[in-house]
Ligand binder design. Structure first.
Ligand code: PEP
Length: 248
């Protein structure tokens, strides 16, 4: 069975003290422990937040560089992240693709660097509005997965995590309908079956992201192929984030 995950993406928000307050608030409000909870903090905060040693909340980074080390000013390597005890990161968030020109090949290199260093990741995919309006969303998302993820072997992809985040739903307040989310999640699961096997497809968690909130989380999470959520705005408030987690 795929693991149930609810992850928060803080993006470039919050001070350290606000982040500490948020994580303390999350821990005090959680009533379900079979959901894996991760907060993707700014890299600078990953260590102090992880040092809070919370029972239910794991910490990850929103980005990392695909190179081992060297002259990459302003970047952070997997080994540096791992050296502070943090072992998971996002790959391919649409904001990284759009504002930092992260191409299919760069994302493939990040996937390979993560695999090579035993570093867990959530691979993000999703189509922009013009692509959906042109009814090209399935081929668009499939290409993102084919180019950067589906070169992995059975053993490498097994138990991995993919986040489907339609770009038109991120930070816009416009959520995919349960039908739109489920049909894309089902398509992603089917592609995993085609590339790998049914058994492996059942181990991959497929999360939905895009204006997920306490009001719509329950029906989204009730879709058979939705294994959880990647939450932006609503993860910055412990009440909303915990209501989303508790809606499982
Ligand atoms: C995100 O940034 O991954 C995201 C889903 O944002 P929001 O929930 O704010 O749409």
């Amino acid at each position: 069975m795929a693991q149930k995950i609810v992850a928060g993406n803080w993006k470039m928000n919050l001070s350290l003290s606000e982040g500490v307050k948020l994580v303390n608030g999350i821990e005090s409000k959680i009533d379900s422990t079979d959901v894996r909870i991760i907060v993707f903090t700014p890299s600078l905060f990953a260590h102090p937040i992880s040092q809070l040693n919370k029972k239910d909340t794991e910490v990850g980074v929103q980005n990392f560089n695909e190179n081992e080390a060297g002259a990459f000013t302003g970047e952070i390597s997997i080994n540096q992240v791992k050296s502070v005890g943090v072992n998971i990161g996002l790959i391919g968030h649409s904001e990284r693709r759009l504002y930092f020109n992260e191409s299919h090949s760069v994302l493939k290199a990040k996937v390979d660097a993560a695999i090579g260093n035993g570093f867990e990741f959530i691979f993000c995919c999703g189509e922009p509005l013009d692509v959906r309006e042109a009814n090209q969303e399935f081929s668009y998302v499939k290409r993102q997965l084919d180019e950067s993820l589906f070169h992995l072997t059975d053993a490498q992809i097994k138990g991995g995590t993919i986040a489907y985040e339609p770009v038109w739903a991120i930070g816009t307040g416009k959520t995919a309908t349960t039908e739109q989310a489920e049909e894309m999640h089902k398509a992603i699961r089917t592609w995993i079956v085609e590339h790998y096997s049914e058994e492996i497809a059942e181990t991959v968690s497929i999360l939905y992201g895009g204006s997920c909130n306490p009001k719509n989380a329950e029906e989204l999470f009730a879709c058979p192929n939705v294994d959880g959520g990647l939450i932006g705005g609503a993860s910055l408030n412990p009440e909303d984030f915990c209501a989303i987690i508790n809606s499982f």
